[in-house]
Write a protein that binds this ligand. Structure first.
Ligand SMILES: [Zn+2]
Length: 130
């Protein structure tokens, strides 16, 4: 397995034994995939993870919906549902970068609703609360 689609997978694979370390490693791996830079402006350091599809609009916490972003971009994008529309309005818009992000979104191990990830996450969550 090249990467974890969900932080729960790291616990399932016993790569991380606690929920907090699994989450930390999961976030770190996402940031490292983008060289630590904001995926939108590719200029400032990414200190946050942005939900491409906002949580408030039903976006998931899976890797394919999370990209590293600087505070400015994350804030500016806010709860914009159509990230491409938002992105194209920015000065730093780049067609190539847009395609890389689209590839990232498509690069998912699981269909979001087939239950596989949910089941594993549930197992981990149950185990970690003991
Ligand atoms: Zn940025």
């Amino acid at each position: 397995m090249g990467y974890a689609e969900d932080w729960g997978e790291l616990m399932f694979g016993l790569q991380c034994l606690t929920k907090s370390s699994a989450k930390r490693q999961f976030r770190q791996a996402i940031r490292q995939s983008w060289g630590g830079l904001c995926c939108y402006c590719r200029d400032r350091r990414a200190t946050t993870l942005d939900h491409i599809k906002p949580r408030s609009r039903g976006g998931s916490n899976l890797r394919s919906n999370l990209v590293p972003a600087c505070v400015e971009c994350n804030h500016s994008k806010g709860s914009e549902v159509n990230w491409i529309a938002w992105y194209q309005r920015q000065d730093f818009y780049s067609k190539v970068a847009q395609e890389v992000i689209e590839e990232w979104i498509d690069n998912t191990h699981y269909e979001e609703n087939n239950g596989t990830t949910d089941d594993r996450t549930t197992i981990c969550l149950t185990a970690s609360t003991v």
